[in-house]
Design a protein around this ligand. Structure first.
Ligand code: SPV
Ligand code: MG
Length: 290
């Protein structure tokens, strides 16, 4: 049996890791084939898949079910976006054991209050937890994990909430002191200035994670130059890519009055059979159906 790639070992290799957002096993298979280092089990993407706002409306069970399905079809390490941890430190204890058992290699937990509001929406209500309370949640996550290689990544939304770099740094220090393996620093500025400045000011050995959704020009070369960012999560690119393709093809089918043109521009069904592992199923039919 093949084993899942060890994320902590991959990080120890020293390379900047590229983690692709997914919302389904199919998108995870495509991310693996494209060559990503890991998968982001994104709360935003799964909410969007259900046609819902990313505001703690998707339950832990729904997110876990999808993560299990993804883990069943990809051996890439999965970084689980558990939002606020579904409640207080007691909820975090329950979620960490569930996510670890489901096959996640890491969780990202953010310092917002439950229910959360998605980070990037204009005018979003962004309320942060007291530092001590969030430290308790990190400590609960660290104490609960069974596998020492399971990463607990603390995400501060201080910049998203407009509280500035001092507050972001002070929270990041407190979260490292509570045992976080990495710090995710999120920003919704259209340029990477906040992230660059935070990264330069960050002197701890614990590495940083970023989600360059609103500052897409910040590419791997620029990120590597800073030296302490070790993971880039492409936070909503899976669902946006899927929606872009569906929107355009659906529009053309209506405009053309049929599928006579679009069929040339989309994957043939044989490619979907391959993604479904149809060959293996046919072999099993030959062998077992009598
Ligand atoms: C997600 O993908 O669910 C994220 C990233 O948390 S963002 O939507 O940019 O906050
Ligand atoms: Mg999220």
């Amino acid at each position: 049996m093949q084993c899942r790639v060890n994320l902590r070992a991959k990080l120890a290799g020293g390379r900047l890791l590229h983690i692709m957002a997914t919302h389904s096993p199919l998108s995870a298979i495509l991310a693996e084939e494209a060559g990503f280092d890991g998968i982001w089990a994104s709360g935003f993407e799964l909410s969007a898949l259900y046609g819902l706002a990313d505001m703690s409306l998707i339950s832990m069970t729904q997110h876990l079910d999808m993560l299990r399905a993804i883990a069943g079809r990809s051996l890439l390490p999965i970084v689980a976006d558990i939002d606020t941890g579904y409640g207080n430190a007691i909820n975090v204890i329950h979620s960490v054991s569930e996510y670890e058992r489901a096959g996640a290699s890491a969780i990202v937990i953010e310092d917002k209050t439950f229910p959360k509001v998605t980070s990037l929406v204009a005018g979003g209500r962004q309320e942060l937890l007291r530092v001590e309370e969030f430290q308790g949640k990190i400590e609960a996550a660290v104490a609960t994990r069974q596998d020492p290689d399971f990463l607990v990544i603390a995400r501060t939304e201080a910049l998203i909430a407009g509280l500035g770099e001092r507050e972001a740094l002070s929270r990041a220090h407190a979260y490292v002191n509570a045992g976080a393996d990495m710090i995710l620093i999120h920003s919704k500025r259209k340029d990477p200035s906040e992230i660059e400045s935070f990264s330069r000011a960050w002197k701890r050995s614990v590495p940083l994670v970023i989600v360059p959704n609103t500052y897409p020009d910040f590419d791997a070369e620029r990120v590597r130059a800073l030296g302490n960012i070790r993971m880039m999560i492409y936070g909503n690119y899976g669902i946006r890519a899927a929606a872009t393709a569906m929107k355009e093809i659906f529009r053309r089918i209506i405009a053309d009055g049929g599928v006579q043109n679009v069929h040339r521009d989309i994957l043939p069904v044989e490619d979907i059979f391959r993604l479904q592992d149809m060959e293996k199923t046919k072999e099993a039919e030959q062998r077992f159906l009598r």
